[in-house]
Design a protein around this ligand. Sequence first.
Ligand code: MF3
Ligand code: CO
Length: 290
Amino acid sequence: MINRNDLCWCGSKKKWKFCHYPNKGTNINKKEEYLKKYGIILKSPEEIKKIKKACNVTAIILNELCNAAKEGVTTNELDILSRQLHKEFNAIPAPYHYGSPPFPKTICTSLNEVICHGIPNNEPLKRGDILNIDVSCIVNGFYGDCSRMVTIPPVSKQDALLCEVALECLNESIQILRPNLPICAIGDTIEEIAKKHGFSVVHQFIGHGVGLSFHEEPPIPHHKNKINIPLVEGMIFTIEPMINAGVAEGTIDKKNHWEARTIDNKKSAQWEHTVLITKTGYEILTLLNK
Ligand code: MF3
Ligand code: CO
């Protein structure tokens, strides 16, 4: 009798379980293959339902925080509001005490030349600022992750363009998503758009699988790369391109070990969604009103 781990009878040189093994029409084969080969956890319909709930709460909290970000407001005040909102929605802020040294606040607020992982502080927002607010929630043990830019008017034409192009990078790279697309197509799309405007793409920080934990496989680089893993139904990950007005390189703050700033002190913009690969394409899980 043929064993699941034997080579398939069809001559593919793949194990039977990864090839013609009968699986009642579900994607159990793929699930095992993706976990073994890539460490990627394909999500079941039940898991997807719960991750969608977490993503919805994440999007609502992010929206409230963006609405509250006005001239004169401090990012510490946004962090306090974030704590209240997380309580209200029975959500745990994933960044709080995450990593080493433990992240001290419940959201990331990355201002102007800060690329990502900005720590809320007592500096009031001022005219001309561009700010990324990044919210990651745990709801009933499942994760959602998204971020947006807010601008404090009036902002310069160049800064407004940077924010718009970063959003275009995110949206265009989402629109191409479908089963079988290699992961590297995402970075190709983003880098092309950024370059066209004379902007650069950050390599140092990348998108990631998400859902059952905060950061899962696979890595999702936003720059040109060679990761040719094909997307498949049930994958959930973030795309979160960081686009710089000047050079791509950043340096991490020597005191707090979190905040990443551009080395030329030019501005940086970022937008993020959590997305699901479906049978025919994709679904954005962190859109509002879903
Ligand atoms: N979206 C960011 C990420 O995936 C959120 C970082 S929160 C932090 O890395 F705690 F890690 F800073
Ligand atoms: Co993220």
